[in-house]
Design a protein around this ligand. Structure first.
Ligand code: GDP
Length: 385
């Protein structure tokens, strides 16, 4: 199977979609795939990353959006590589390219969808989804929540569930996070609540900070680490400083990709009480970080936004709360901080659930199967016409 991928979301840039795309690329026909990706911020980092991959990456001069220049670049690459299938890293807005590319190159086009497309459908922008999916042989969806919202608008020939997964060999309960947490200034005997995520309003780091004095009152030895970087980083740093000295809040910034499993293992409880914002457009499609935290055996506190509740089994592998309800967030943190045996049991349950349902192997197999079906169908209908 020969494939050309077209994506604006690609490692080494951080983010859920970037990881999703990178993990599928690693496992689904990597040596016979060419990727058209975005320029990226740091040219040296990008070049070093691309050189390590089994697939060839062609970087566009800027972003990969549905422009005539990107369409020409993809056509050029495809004429040279002769793919059996074209894969779009995100159906919106890249799906706009699908009808013309499919026609010109005579290949089926498959697109991944994430949280945003379902958000568009939620705010009556379903017509954008209809436009972006009309040239697709298949569209993938990441959660029940997303699929329910998308299904009425999708014009693709089929919809298939392909959620993001987690690398259970990198993220496992044996990962040692102690050195990292020491480097953050967290004492060995403290109980640490960790959040690993981009620092953006939807993720709820602001709420963690707001409720922290109450959590600290109940658990004077508890620490809170808000790991990551992003637009609200400065606000959070100011908020943490305003709580006063010795409140146990640390903001270590972004961790290196290699330290990501240790960043999860450093904490005793993972918490990201996300919330839906901006009339439903800013929504958590699923939340890979919950899967990562459970894979290292930590209970995960999730917010009720989009598909996030599907990534945690409430009261079994963690808690699902309304991310705007301060009392509920305090309650969930209190519950796990109070109960070390409960944390261990939830961690073990989370690990085994992730192993069964959320490994990249399981998910990549499903995606490879979809590509096979789509290509077989296209050959059949091509032969019949
Ligand atoms: P999204 O960013 O909204 O798509 O959120 P997700 O939870 O779906 O995915 C975010 C991904 O970025 C997860 O794999 C996180 O572990 C990762 N991530 C978040 N913060 C950092 C960081 O500081 N460093 C690194 N290397 N990865 C991070």
């Amino acid at each position: 199977m020969r494939a050309v991928w077209v994506t604006n979301d690609l490692p080494p840039r951080t983010g859920g979609i970037q990881q999703f795309v990178g993990n599928l690329l690693d496992r689904v026909h990597p040596t016979s795939t060419v990727v058209v990706g975005p320029a990226g911020e740091d040219a040296a980092e990008v070049a070093a990353h691309d050189a390590r991959q089994p697939y060839r990456t062609v970087r566009a001069p800027g972003a990969v959006l549905p422009t005539p220049a990107v369409r020409r670049l993809v056509t050029e690459i495809a004429r040279e590589h002769r793919p059996d299938v074209l894969v779009l890293g995100a159906s919106w807005p890249l799906g706009e390219l699908a009808p013309r590319l499919g026609r010109e190159l005579h290949v089926p086009v498959v697109a991944l969808s994430h949280g945003l497309e379902a958000g568009l459908a939620t705010i009556r922008l379903g017509r954008l989804v209809r436009r972006a999916t009309r040239g697709l042989a298949a569209l993938t969806t990441i959660s029940d929540w997303c699929e329910e919202r998308l299904a009425p608008h999708v014009r693709a020939d089929r919809i298939v569930r392909v959620p993001p997964g987690v690398d259970v060999d990198r993220f496992h309960p044996g990962v040692d996070g102690r050195a990292l947490r020491r480097s953050w200034g967290v004492p060995d005997d403290a109980t640490l609540v960790g959040c690993v995520s981009r620092l953006v309003p939807r993720k709820g780091q602001d709420v963690l900070l707001e409720v922290w004095p109450e959590v600290r009152r109940r658990h004077p030895d508890a620490y809170l680490a808000l790991v990551g970087e992003g637009p609200i980083g400065d606000d959070l740093a100011r908020g943490a400083a305003a709580l006063g000295p010795d409140t146990g809040v640390v903001l270590p910034g972004r961790v290196a990709w290699d330290d990501l499993p240790a960043a999860h293992a450093a904490a005793d409880v993972f918490a990201m009480p996300c919330r839906t914002r901006l009339l439903g457009t800013d929504v958590e499609g699923l939340g890979i970080v919950y899967l990562e935290a459970q894979a290292v055996g930590r209970p995960a506190v999730a917010g009720r936004s989009g598909g996030a509740p599907e990534a945690v089994r409430d009261e079994v592998t963690g808690s699902v709360v309304d991310g705007r309800d301060r009392g509920a967030v305090v309650g969930a943190l209190d519950r796990w901080l109070t109960d070390p045996a409960g944390r261990r049991a939830a961690g073990a349950a989370g690990r085994s659930w992730v192993e069964q349902a959320w490994t990249w192997e399981v998910i990549a197999d499903r995606f490879a199967g979809l590509l096979d079906e789509v290509v077989t169908d296209a050959r059949r209908s091509g032969a019949g016409s």
